[in-house]
Design a protein around this ligand. Structure first.
Ligand SMILES: Nc1nc2c([nH]c(=O)n2[C@H]2C[C@H](O)[C@@H](COP(=O)(O)OP(=O)(O)OP(=O)(O)O)O2)c(=O)[nH]1
Length: 146
């Protein structure tokens, strides 16, 4: 299987919804982010992509879900898997849809946006929710053991 590598942002609102974007002329909602340029660290890629897509800076929190490298069928490239480095971050400052972003949405665990609309999502979204749930379960059981 051919692979496309991306770095993506897991941005969780206080009510537990996560931020997704839909790019112009595409149907599926995705995590903000994109492909690294040569020589960039994951953090540099994400800062650049978020400025391009949402026009704001990022904060990297250290006491949150450390994120993961996740694999799923690629949303917009037939025959490719996406290998995504997903980093939990917070947006710093006002943000809005820029450049190629057609829509921004906050998705809940049931896949709905703030208006109750069921969002069509890239396969990576489900994989990421499952990884996050797994981390939450293990974080709670270590807290109980402590
Ligand atoms: N950003 C992002 N891309 C995803 C996700 N899930 C998923 O399958 N992909 C796929 C879609 C595309 O096939 C690929 C990202 O390519 P892209 O074209 O959006 O990346 P980019 O912004 O760096 O654009 P470019 O360099 O090709 O101009 O990864 C996701 O959650 N976020």
């Amino acid at each position: 299987m051919k692979t496309v590598s991306v770095v993506c942002a897991w941005v969780m609102r206080a009510d537990g919804r996560i931020l997704l974007v839909r790019k112009a002329n595409t149907a599926l909602f995705l995590f903000p982010g994109g492909k690294p340029e040569p020589g960039e660290t994951a953090e540099e890629t994400l800062r650049r992509e978020i400025v391009e897509e949402l026009g704001c800076a990022l904060r990297f929190e250290h006491d949150r879900w450390p994120g993961d490298v996740l694999r799923a069928p690629a949303a917009n490239e037939a025959g490719f898997d996406v290998e995504a480095t997903l980093l939990q971050v917070e947006l710093d400052g006002l943000f809005s849809a820029r450049a190629e972003i057609a829509e921004i949405a906050w998705m809940d665990r049931a896949g709905r946006d703030d208006d109750g609309r069921l969002l069509p999502c890239a396969p990576l979204t489900d994989v990421a929710w499952s990884a996050y749930d797994g981390w939450m379960i293990s974080a709670k059981s270590s807290a109980r053991r402590a």
